[in-house]
Design a protein around this ligand. Structure first.
Ligand SMILES: Nc1ncnc2c1ncn2[C@@H]1O[C@H](COP(=O)(O)OP(=O)(O)OP(=O)(O)O)[C@@H](O)[C@H]1O
Ligand SMILES: [Mg+2]
Length: 378
């Protein structure tokens, strides 16, 4: 049986064109069209089509609730519009739309969008983004940030997110999130080389019933010694096929493996704390990244355990680093410790704590910046 498509569009010519295109597309059939989107929404919620195409001639604001409602009901929403701005796209995707196409409709774009929404695993953004959380000093909050950020990415975007523990050989993601690692990452990659990426994807464990998956540290520490930069390259290649966001908890040493991870990343969150030796270290990392030829925009500085009344002011830190601080996460030992003690993300322990809100704000800012960047690169 073909999947159904419902269209909300006032312009008859567009409706006719959409009808013709859908008739040519296998696996999909037009179910109904509406000129009033309220009527259409009511129909869609009752009949559950696979895709709803909405023409947003009046902008996105009046449609936000509709898109949100349809997306919550697992209906793929495609937005059609004549006038795009970056802000328009961000708002549409944030409301829950799966894709957007411009008017007049070009057949190739329309088919690509239908195809994207016909797959089980939908990647809304144009490419996967690898975000590495790094610091060359231990114990400053990399894992706390990586795990809580991954949870927020999955919650906010509803897309497939994977958190990869590459803090080898002693990863610690499972201290923050209760997941049982299955097999060694290295052997999963070896198997994938002969039999396809399933072995790697099967090693990614789903967190509760969310769209977050975790590739945890191997059980046997010695197995990680077999990992090479080539393994990393392959691993990312396999993960990019299935996940929109790949978050990596990276180790502290400046070695071949970690540099490969950072080189292959789209974004690096360089984590520091406001204290002089660590800020100096941060400066050294920035110099190193510069020497390695990384793009200036690739590295974002995140200050963890931030205190409002610290002796050293953020402006001073920015002056020393010659770079704006991207985000500050407040110091909240109690919230982080109870999250570790229960192996649960902070949002599940206290949804309103300052650190929960900060992780949520960081995820929002990052997704908006990523969507804006992808949009510019289109
Ligand atoms: N925002 C925060 N407020 C208060 N304490 C924090 C915060 N973030 C982290 N911590 C504390 O710092 C400790 C280290 O955090 P975490 O394990 O995330 O660091 P890490 O950089 O991953 O360390 P490692 O290098 O050992 O992997 C935590 O056990 C917690 O006590
Ligand atoms: Mg850690």
């Amino acid at each position: 049986m073909n999947n159904k498509v419902v269209v909300f569009e006032t312009d008859n010519d567009s409706v006719e064109l959409i009808k013709t295109y859908i008739a040519e597309f296998e696996q999909l059939e037009l179910d109904n069209t509406f000129s009033d989107y309220r009527e259409g929404t009511f129909y869609a919620l009752k009949n559950h089509p696979h895709i709803v195409i909405i023409s947003a001639n009046e902008g996105i604001a009046p449609l936000k609730k509709t898109i949100n409602l349809l997306a919550d009901n697992k209906i793929n929403v495609i937005i059609l519009s004549e006038n795009y701005t970056t802000n328009f796209v961000i708002q549409a995707l944030r409301a829950g739309a799966k894709d957007y196409i411009s008017k007049p409709i070009i057949k190739k774009d329309f088919f690509a969008s239908l195809k994207k929404c016909s797959q089980d695993v939908v990647k809304t953004i144009n490419k996967s983004n690898i975000i590495s959380i790094f610091s060359n000093k231990g114990g400053i909050g990399k894992t706390a940030i990586a795990t809580n950020l991954a949870v927020e990415f999955a919650r906010q975007t509803r897309e497939k997110v994977v958190l990869v523990d590459l803090n080898l050989p002693l990863g610690d993601v499972t201290t923050f999130i209760n997941i049982k690692p299955s097999i060694s990452i290295a052997s999963a990659i070896e198997t994938a080389a002969h039999k396809g990426p399933e072995s790697v994807l099967n090693a990614c464990k789903q967190y509760k019933d969310t769209s977050l998956y975790v590739l945890a540290e191997p059980i046997y520490m010695e197995e990680t010694h077999t990992m090479t930069p080539t393994h990393i390259f392959k691993l990312f290649e396999y993960l990019r096929e299935s996940f929109s966001y790949i978050l990596v908890d990276v180790g502290t040493s400046i070695d071949k493996m970690n540099m490969k991870i950072l080189e292959l990343s789209d974004l690096i969150l360089l984590v520091s704390i406001v204290n002089l030796p660590l800020i100096r270290n941060c400066q050294r990392c920035l110099d190193l990244f510069n020497n390695l030829g990384f793009d200036d925009n690739k590295t974002k500085i995140v200050i963890n355990r931030y205190l409002e009344n610290d002796e050293i002011k953020i402006e001073d830190v920015e002056k020393v680093l010659n770079q704006k601080i991207y985000w500050k996460i407040p110091n909240n030992y109690f919230a982080i410790m109870s999250s570790i003690n229960k192996a649960m993300p902070v949002s599940e322990i206290n949804a309103n704590s300052n650190v929960t809100l900060s992780f949520s704000g960081l995820a929002t800012k990052l997704t908006e910046d990523i969507i804006a960047k992808d949009f510019v690169e289109l």
